[in-house]
Design a binder for this molecule. Structure first.
Ligand code: NAP
Ligand code: BGC
Ligand code: ZN
Length: 355
């Protein structure tokens, strides 16, 4: 079968031939339909994040997949069922995090991530997986199933942000997304449509006309240009924000989030930056957090419950959003196009097969 693999930090993804996998007991064989590409894939390709599987010289990419069960192999799945795989797997047998159904809370060394850290991904015509890591989705969502994983990331982030404010009366009226990439825009849509937050903002660094700014404004949100209004100036120019979601991978935004928060607000950080030293007034940030009961938290990955919630959220988002957000779905003969970047590219996917 064909697969898309990369030597991290050493070039572009290439098409390779690999043996079609045979499912072990308890595993199902899945025929891949589509696999999405996100900022993390570009970080993996550049060699800035992730790791090869032990003994491999290339990594099969892809962690945002949707497929159809080809052989349920005696598991509780049914042949023909449309499924989305979760990303993390236990490295050796199982461990307490996986047994609790919380692989997303496992520390380094207690997990591998398919297509990212230490395990091959889903960009192949077929893949196998223990059935417990395959989440059935409705057939009518199959074409957009590659968006379930990224939305699940935000389901977890929002869950944790809300939980951190659950000890008192808290209802966010203003929310801000830092970053107008695919994760940022999907989350902005969730803030507007699913959470129905009154006032939403999204920060980018683009000139108009730009397709991401069009989406932001069509959602009824306000576009903030970080070149004109840095994060710490947002309260002065716009307003203080109750809930901030960072999806730029730009480390300065992570710390400046504290300044943009309203009293009792929460900032949730998603970016995975490289090392970067810069000057900050640590005393001021410390005091802001304390005197205004602010919270700043990091979050990574997601568990099965978040995938199930993501299916529900996706079905509430408007069709026009997907038409504008998904800028390209490419077959194997032109898979390279799915990895191109530019201001006219928002979300892409590789199509391996159709239902
Ligand atoms: P992406 O497509 O690269 O989006 C990042 C966006 O941030 C881009 O649109 C970029 O704008 C914008 N940006 C960067 N620096 C900025 C600045 N200084 N001011 C304003 N805008 C800025 O990536 P993505 O797929 O949406 O993911 C976003 C981040 O989340 C990445 O770092 C990714 O690794 C991370 N992530 C984390 C998790 C997790 O579990 N924690 C899951 C998925 C993704 P331009 O395009 O104009 O440069
Ligand atoms: C993936 C997560 C993963 C994270 C860190 C994200 O792009 O969606 O599943 O945990 O990267 O590797
Ligand atoms: Zn991702």
């Amino acid at each position: 079968m064909k697969a898309i693999a990369v030597e991290p930090g050493a070039g572009d993804p290439v098409l390779v031939d690999r043996p079609r996998p045979e499912p072990d007991a308890g595993h199902a064989l899945v025929r891949t339909l589509r696999v999405g590409v996100d900022g993390t894939d570009h970080e993996v390709i550049a060699g800035h994040h992730g790791d090869l599987p032990a003994g491999a010289d290339r990594l099969v990419l892809g962690h945002e997949a949707v497929g159809v069960v080809e052989d349920s192999n005696g598991t509780d799945l049914e042949d023909g069922q449309v499924v989305v795989p979760t990303v993390r797997r236990p490295p050796n047998g199982t461990n307490a995090y996986f047994e609790r159904g919380e692989p997303d809370m496992a520390p380094e060394g207690e997990y591998v991530e398919r297509g990212i850290v230490g395990a091959h991904g889903f960009m192949a015509e077929y893949f196998t997986s223990p059935s417990e890591f395959l989440v059935p989705i409705p057939k009518q969502l199959a074409a957009l199933g590659f968006l379930v994983e990224p939305v699940s990331i935000s389901e977890k982030a929002i869950d944790h942000a809300v939980a951190s404010r659950s000890a008192f009366e808290w209802e966010p009226d203003a929310a801000l997304v830092l970053g107008n990439g695919s994760l940022g825009l999907l989350t902005l849509a969730m803030f507007d449509t699913v959470l129905e937050i009154d006032r939403t903002y999204c920060l980018g660094r683009r000139d108009r006309p730009d397709p991401t700014i069009d989406i932001i404004e069509k959602l009824g949100s306000t576009y903030i240009d970080s070149r004109q209004t840095p994060v710490d100036e947002i309260p002065g120019t716009y307003e203080s924000i109750d809930l901030i979601y960072e999806a730029t991978g730009y480390a300065k935004h992570a710390v400046e989030t504290v300044e943009a928060l309203a009293p009792n607000g929460v900032g949730v950080l998603l970016g995975v930056p490289g090392p970067w030293e810069f000057e900050i007034d640590g005393g001021r940030l410390h005091k802001e957090l304390v005197l205004h009961n602010k919270a700043l938290l990091g979050t990574v990955n997601s568990h099965r419950g978040h995938f199930e919630a993501a299916v529900d959220s996706l079905s509430q988002l408007p069709d026009w959003l997907f038409e504008e957000l998904v800028t390209g779905v490419y077959g194997l003969e032109e898979f390279e196009a799915a990895f191109e970047q530019g201001n006219d590219v928002i979300k892409t996917a590789v199509e391996f097969d159709t239902l």
